[in-house]
Design a binder for this molecule. Structure first.
Ligand code: AHM
Ligand code: MG
Length: 334
């Protein structure tokens, strides 16, 4: 058994590290963990409850089919945040437009929240790990007025908090407020998250590579060269590497953060901009990876330095162990 420190206690103790708010952070995190607990109980019975399984018959703004659980999770997180008045605007993968709160309490909210309510939707029906990923920013528009688009289009460097919930063989909440990364494991029998992975650090070296290799034919020559490099025999560098690809970015990155590895979703002939969304998938994961001592880029520059122009924009994404990322960059730029 670990030292029994709950998420609530941890946040109270470490609030001084949060650059602005004290109670506000606690409020936002209690919204996220409450929604995570509800999600946990729903996901665990997803196969039994017809209302949760399958497709809604609608598409989100990306033209992707929405699953019932996508829509459910989206509403759940939005309502939990709305009830606490710390957040003045939300952008979600499942919402074409930003949601701007205009009631009197919420326009005084100082924070902007971006979320992918369910990442890895295609895994829901087959009982494989999925997750929720979010980013928090301080608004740049004046408090007391409705949020504006510029509040959402900040570079990832401006994040004041980011995290994910992974619904796997156990449910975990992993977050950063810019001072390291900590992981909490949920005990469903009493409804409490306990600190289980304090001060997470990604190993500098690793031997896992994660990529949808089915797209190999569409990759650039340099990307193909790196995939081939991963599979070559070379004892000195511990190759061939192990291939692991779940198809839930959060689950793939979570494993690689713990074990050491590199995760890639490159641009290719099939997806010229890459697939993953910058604002609510890549930025929060990039902040977590950097805070854990790793590297995350679009192949050219750190993800966190990209100037966004659209809330749903996509980017190539490469992230993981520092030395593996350096080697990947060498081959991508050869
Ligand atoms: P989603 O948010 O619609 O679930 O899409 C994002 C997911 C990532 O979690 C995952 O890494 C990737 O899409 C998998 O894509 P592919 O099936 O093309 O490998
Ligand atoms: Mg999603």
């Amino acid at each position: 058994m670990h030292n029994l420190i709950t998420l609530g206690e941890f946040i109270i103790k470490n609030q001084r590290d949060f650059p602005y708010a004290k109670g506000q952070l606690t409020n936002m995190f209690s919204a996220i963990t409450l929604a995570a607990k509800v999600m946990n109980s729903q996901i665990n019975k997803a196969g039994l409850v017809d209302e949760l399984m399958g497709k809604v018959g609608t598409e989100n703004v990306q033209g992707e089919e929405q699953k019932k659980l996508d829509v459910y999770a989206n509403k759940l997180f939005i309502n939990a945040l709305k009830a606490r008045n710390e957040v003045c605007g939300i952008a979600s993968e499942e919402e074409e437009e930003t949601i701007i709160f205009d009631n009197e309490s919420a326009i005084n909210g100082k924070y902007i929240f971006l979320i992918d309510p369910i990442d890895g939707s295609s895994n829901i029906e087959v009982n494989v790990s999925i997750g929720t990923v979010f980013a928090i920013y301080r608004r740049i528009s004046p408090i007391g007025k409705p949020a504006i688009l510029e509040d959402f289009l900040q570079t990832g460097r401006n994040q004041v908090g980011a995290g994910y919930v992974i619904f796997g063989s156990s449910t975990m909440f992993v977050f950063t407020t810019g001072n390291g990364v900590n992981g909490f494991t949920y005990d469903p029998s009493i409804g409490v998250f306990y600190l289980s992975h304090p001060n997470l650090k990604i190993p500098q070296d690793g031997n896992i590579y994660s990529i949808n290799e089915g797209n190999y034919a569409y990759f650039s020559d340099n990307m193909k060269a790196y995939v081939n490099y991963c599979k070559e025999i070379d004892e000195a560098s511990n190759r061939p590497y192990t291939g692991r690809y779940i198809g839930s970015m959060i689950a793939d990155l979570h494993r690689n953060i713990l074990k050491g590895g590199v995760y890639m979703y490159p641009n290719s002939q099939k997806s010229p901009q890459g697939k993953l969304r910058l604002l609510y998938e890549c930025n929060p994961m990039a902040l977590l990876i950097e805070q854990a001592g790793g590297m995350a880029t679009n192949g050219q520059q750190p993800i966190l330095d990209i100037e966004p122009t659209d809330i749903h924009e996509r980017t190539p994404f490469y992230g993981g162990s520092m030395h593996m990322m350096e080697q990947l960059h060498k081959i991508l730029h050869a």
